[in-house]
Design a protein. Structure first.
Ligand SMILES: NC(=O)c1ccc[n+]([C@@H]2O[C@H](COP(=O)([O-])OP(=O)(O)OC[C@H]3O[C@@H](n4cnc5c(N)ncnc54)[C@H](OP(=O)(O)O)[C@@H]3O)[C@@H](O)[C@H]2O)c1
Length: 263
């Protein structure tokens, strides 16, 4: 995820010389240095000391140790702290970092890897407007970045855009299987399904109409689309989506509680 962010920043015009990267494995770091031209170190404190903005991109399980280690440095330099770790609250992170720091939590998703991410962002009340703009610009370099006012809504973002790519992959799988069963070559079915999903997403993003209207525009009375949409509606697709979304939301809350209990 950190590599995706670095790549997006560089494509967007940030200078490699302004970016420092820290991780324990020097082999990985040298590969990152060669690929992006950024500065690297295995010393988290040294890395944090250089920065106006520190992005914490480690697994939640190692976050407490990383934060406690850099706390003396960031308490001195007071950069904007940004975490992309799922489930760890801004207050928990801030406490590990010694308290009182500006903190933004981001829930990114995997399409960030191809510059088409969708991230939800939450800022604590130490974050200034220019810092919000700075972090928003970073995440806009790998897709869309939208703020939520209530931190709990990051669970809702997780259930929507965090897990969301898998929902659409499931739809692709199901469409491909149905078309293949009807006799279309698997590779052809896959390409047609993917291009249809990408085309529909592009239309929804560009159109002045909402998705309901766009759907109606494809449905002519008595036509094929109407038959398919009626089948989805009668099969309870909307309720199923609501249930699936709720299950992901609940699991995100549970995982945050489990993580809080372990630290
Ligand atoms: N992947 C996703 O789709 C996704 C989506 C949303 C949020 N997230 C969040 O993003 C975070 C990173 O996930 P990821 O999938 O990118 O994990 P990852 O590929 O395992 O990357 C974690 C990085 O942390 C480094 N690291 C480990 N211990 C460290 C330490 N003590 N100090 C400094 N760096 C350390 C690792 O360095 P080495 O290379 O040296 O091992 C590695 O580069 C997680 O908190 C996850 O919850 C991920």
């Amino acid at each position: 995820m950190a590599s995706a962010i670095i790549g997006g920043m560089l494509d967007d015009g940030y200078k490699a010389g302004d970016i420092w990267v820290s991780a324990p494995d020097d082999g990985h770091l040298q590969a990152i240095r060669k690929r992006f031209g950024v500065s690297v170190t295995t010393d988290n404190r040294y890395c944090a000391q250089q920065a106006d903005m520190v992005v914490l991109a480690v697994k939640p399980q190692v976050m407490a140790d990383v934060c406690r280690d850099i706390a003396p440095v960031v308490q001195n330099t007071r950069p904007l702290m940004v975490s992309i770790a799922a489930g760890l609250t801004a207050d928990t992170l801030d406490e590990w970092l010694g308290g009182g720091l500006p903190m933004v939590r981001v829930m990114p998703n995997t399409p960030s890897l191809v510059g088409k991410g969708a991230a939800g962002l939450f800022a604590n009340n130490h974050v200034k407007d220019d810092q919000k703009k700075m972090v928003q610009a970073v995440f806009e370099s790998i897709g869309s970045a939208l703020w939520v006012e209530d931190e709990k809504l990051l669970h809702g973002v997780t259930a929507l855009s965090g897990s969301g790519p898998a929902y659409f992959f499931l739809m692709l799988e199901a469409l491909e299987a149905a078309a293949t069963e009807a006799g279309i070559e698997p590779a052809t079915a896959r390409e047609l399904a993917i291009q249809t999903m990408a085309g529909a997403a592009e239309m929804a993003a560009r159109s002045e109409h909402d998705p309901a209207q766009l759907k109606r525009n494809v449905m002519s009375p008595g036509g094929t689309t109407e038959q398919a949409i009626n089948t989805f509606e009668e099969g309870g697709l909307r309720d199923l989506v609501k249930k699936a979304y709720g299950a992901a939301f609940k699991r995100s809350e549970e995982m945050a509680e489990e993580l809080a209990g372990k630290q």
